[in-house]
Design a binder for this molecule. Structure first.
Ligand SMILES: C[S@@+](CC[C@H](N)C(=O)[O-])C[C@H]1O[C@@H](n2cnc3c(N)ncnc32)[C@H](O)[C@@H]1O
Length: 372
C-alpha cells in the first residue's frame, strides 16, 4: 500500500486547512450525536424514560423500578444529564443521591408514539443498523443483499414507529383531505374498499380506517413478522372489524380487487419487482379509482452536496433499503433515493396512463397519483 497519503505530507492552503478543521469538528459532533442515539436506545428499550416520566429518580430508584443494574444506570443517568436530555437536581449530592428528571418538553419526543414530535424511534433504527455492520461489509464485497427479515425487529419496529405519527395525524385530515374526489369517495356509500400495499406495522391502514368510518381496508405485506406486528397493533384499536392484514406478495397477479383506492406508503423503492407490483395493483383498481404512492421527497436529480432530506435518504439507502432490495435476484435495485422520473418509468412500464405529482406538503415524502 502506498502510505504517502496517510501522513500530513501535503502542503495545505488556508482553504484546505479550514476544510480539514471543519471535517474534524463535524465528525466529532457526529460522534456526540451517535452517543446520544445509543443512550436513547438503552433508555427506550429498558423502559428508563417511562419510569422517569413518573417522577424524579435516583440511580438506585430507577434501577429498582426497571429491573436494571444500578451501576450501569448511574452511568447512563450521568451521561443523560451531561448531554442535556435529563436534568439533575443537585450535582453536588452523592452519586446515588442525585435525582434525575425528564423535562416536560422532552416527554413528547421520547414517549408519545402518536406525537409528530416523537423522534425516539430513530435511535432504534440507527442501533438496528449498527448491529448489521459486519454483514453490511460482507454484502458490500459480494454484491449480495440483506433481507428485511434479516435486519431484524429493531429496524422493522423503528420503521413502523417512525411513520405512525405521520399516519395518525396527517394521512386523513391533511393528505387525503387535500384530494377532494378521493376524500369524497371514502366518505360515500357504498363503503369504499381500500388496499394498503406493503403495510409494514399497519399504522397507515389503521389511520385510514379511523379517518373514514365507513371504509374497509385490506393491508398486505410479504414479511411475516410485519404482518404479525400489524395484527398485534390492530388488536389494540377500535377498527379491527374494518381492517384485515394478509401475508401476500404484492407482485402476485392473483390479487383480487376491485378497490376504490390503493395506497403504497414508503415502499415502492423497496420492491425488487416494482413494475410487477404496480401492474398487479393496476389490476386491483375499480373503474375511476387511483393508486396513491408516497415515497421519498428526494431531489429531481442527483446534486451534491445535497440537503438534509437527501442526506437522510442516502443514509437509509446505503445501509438498509439498497441491501434489502438486492436480497432478491433479479431486482430493480432501486434504493431509498427513488427520483420521480424513476417512478414515472416504473408506472409507464406497468401500464398506467397517467402519473401526477400531488401538491401535498410533507417534509420527507412526495405524493403521486397514478391512474389506469
Ligand atoms: C419501508 S417498509 C414500509 C412499511 C409501511 N408502508 C410504512 O410506511 O411503515 C417497506 C415494506 O415493504 C414490504 N414489501 C417489500 N416488497 C413487497 C412485496 N413484493 N409485497 C408486499 N410487501 C412488500 C416490506 O416487507 C416492508 O414491510
Amino acid at each position: 500500500m502506498d502510505t504517502s497519503t496517510n501522513g500530513p505530507t501535503t502542503m495545505l492552503s488556508a482553504d484546505d486547512e479550514a476544510a480539514r478543521d471543519a471535517l474534524v469538528g463535524r465528525l466529532f459532533e457526529a460522534a456526540l450525536g451517535t452517543f446520544d442515539l445509543a443512550a436513547l436506545h438503552i433508555g427506550e428499550r429498558l423502559g428508563l424514560y417511562p419510569a422517569l416520566a413518573e417522577g424524579p429518580r435516583t440511580a438506585p430508584e430507577l434501577a429498582a423500578a426497571t429491573g436494571t443494574a444500578p451501576r450501569y444506570i448511574r452511568e447512563w443517568l450521568e451521561q443523560q444529564a451531561v448531554t442535556g436530555i435529563l436534568t439533575v437536581d443537585d450535582t453536588d449530592a452523592g452519586e446515588d443521591e442525585r435525582r434525575y428528571s425528564l423535562p416536560n418538553g422532552h416527554r413528547e419526543v421520547l414517549l408519545h408514539p402518536e406525537s409528530l414530535a416523537f423522534t425516539a424511534p430513530l435511535a432504534r433504527a440507527m442501533m438496528g443498523i449498527a448491529a448489521q455492520a459486519s454483514r453490511l461489509l460482507d454484502v458490500y464485497r459480494t454484491g449480495e443483499g440483506l433481507s428485511w427479515e434479516a435486519y431484524g425487529a429493531d429496524i422493522r419496529e423503528a420503521q413502523a414507529s417512525m411513520n405512525r405519527p405521520l399516519f395518525a395525524n396527517l394521512l386523513g385530515p391533511e393528505w387525503l383531505a387535500g384530494i377532494p374526489d378521493i376524500d369524497a369517495r371514502l366518505r360515500a356509500d357504498p363503503p369504499a374498499r381500500v388496499a394498503d400495499i406493503a403495510v409494514g406495522g399497519g399504522w397507515s391502514a389503521i389511520a385510514l380506517a379511523r379517518a373514514y368510518p365507513k371504509i374497509l381496508v385490506d393491508g398486505l405485506d410479504l414479511d411475516p413478522s410485519s404482518i404479525e406486528m400489524a395484527r398485534a397493533n390492530l388488536a389494540t384499536t377500535e377498527v379491527a372489524d374494518r381492517v384485515t392484514f394478509s401475508l401476500r406478495d404484492a407482485a402476485d397477479p392473483g390479487l383480487a380487487g376491485p378497490y376504490d383506492l390503493v395506497t403504497i406508503f414508503e415502499a415502492v423503492h423497496d420492491f425488487s419487482q416494482p413494475v410487477a407490483v404496480l401492474r398487479a395493483v393496476r389490476n386491483l383498481l375499480a373503474p375511476g379509482a387511483s393508486l396513491l404512492v408516497a415515497d421519498e421527497r428526494v431531489a429531481e436529480e442527483f446534486t451534491a452536496p445535497g440537503d438534509a432530506v437527501e442526506r437522510f435518504m442516502y443514509g437509509f439507502s446505503f445501509l438498509v433499503c439498497l441491501p434489502n432490495v438486492l436480497a432478491d435476484d433479479p431486482s430493480a435495485g432501486t434504493g431509498t433515493v427513488m427520483r420521480p422520473d424513476v417512478l414515472r418509468r416504473f408506472a409507464a412500464e406497468a401500464g398506467f396512463s397517467r402519473l401526477d405529482v400531488l401538491p401535498i406538503e410533507a417534509d420527507f415524502w412526495r405524493f403521486y397519483r397514478l391512474v389506469k
